[in-house]
Design a protein around this ligand. Structure first.
Ligand SMILES: Nc1nc2c(ncn2[C@@H]2O[C@H](COP(=O)(O)OP(=O)(O)O)[C@@H](O)[C@H]2O)c(=O)[nH]1
Ligand SMILES: [Mg+2]
Length: 238
């Protein structure tokens, strides 16, 4: 019984909820392991892109296609609550893309991504090393809790969002390999502090790599392309 209000039920209900959540997450982790193996069999390195809506995930992928051209083999699994729009944007660049819609859920899970991997496999050439981007649903909270089977997790914050976001959404930074500060062409118009954002992120995750770029002007994009080609060199199995 709760000492403060005398209620009976809430503690046992909370415990049941926790148990359900735990078993859901365990099932997700098991399926994520299979996804990772599946991607490795395809010669693919999976990258899970996490950010708030509008931070520039799809634009970064479009610019990656523009700048890398045929030098980088990649495909995209798009995640959104509704619409095929992001997959259409990627396909317009000549890059294979499939769209997953969650119908309301604020994150992708390993089960949906499993479906996406089967769909994208039909769209991509067999053999050769490739990057498989998974653009998560725009949200800095729930996607952080779900392993999709990716090899690298990239968290993005754009300049207009403010440099305090790593401190406010620590879980997204805790589990990420790379932090990208996007839209740096807008730095003159916002009081965003790159130093503060990096310091916040590294207080949470001292090992997180950091990059800053603008997909609009192309500033910082070379470092990103270098990061991707290194990944293909060192991580892809195919
Ligand atoms: N100024 C500026 N705008 C950007 C940049 N990257 C994306 N945007 C804009 O931000 C908006 C959201 O971008 P989008 O890629 O759809 O974000 P997503 O929801 O994270 O996929 C669009 O209007 C883009 O044109 C950038 O580097 N600089
Ligand atoms: Mg998008």
């Amino acid at each position: 019984m709760c000492d403060t209000c005398g209620c009976q039920g809430s503690n046992s209900n909370d415990r049941k909820l926790l148990e359900i959540n735990r078993s859901l997450l365990e099932a997700n982790t098991a399926l994520a392991k299979k996804n990772r193996h599946h991607m490795e069999m395809m010669g693919a390195v999976g990258i899970n892109l996490i950010s708030s809506p509008g931070a520039g995930k799809t634009t970064l992928l479009e610019k990656t296609a523009d700048m890398a051209g045929k030098n980088l083999d990649f495909a995209v699994i798009e995640g959104d609550i509704e619409t095929e729009r992001d997959a259409e944007r990627i396909r317009a660049k000549g890059i294979p893309a499939v769209q997953l819609t969650t119908g309301g859920a604020c994150h992708l899970d390993a089960r949906l991504v499993h479906k996406g991997i089967h769909l994208i496999e039909k769209e991509t050439a067999t053999g050769g090393k490739k990057i498989l981007f998974i653009e998560n649903v725009g949200n800095l909270v729930c996607p952080a809790a779900f392993d999709l089977g990716e090899h690298k997790r990239v968290v993005m914050v754009s300049v207009p969002e403010g440099s305090d976001k790593p401190a406010k959404y620590p879980r997204a930074f805790m589990g990420s390999d790379l932090f990208i500060i996007t839209k740096i062409d807008l730095l003159p118009y916002f009081d965003f502090s790159i130093e503060e954002a990096i310091a916040c992120a590294r207080r949470i995750n001292p090992h997180i790599e950091v990059m800053s770029l603008s997909a609009k002007t192309g500033e910082g994009m070379e470092e990103w392309l270098f990061y991707l080609s290194n990944l293909l060199e060192n991580e892809a199995g195919g």
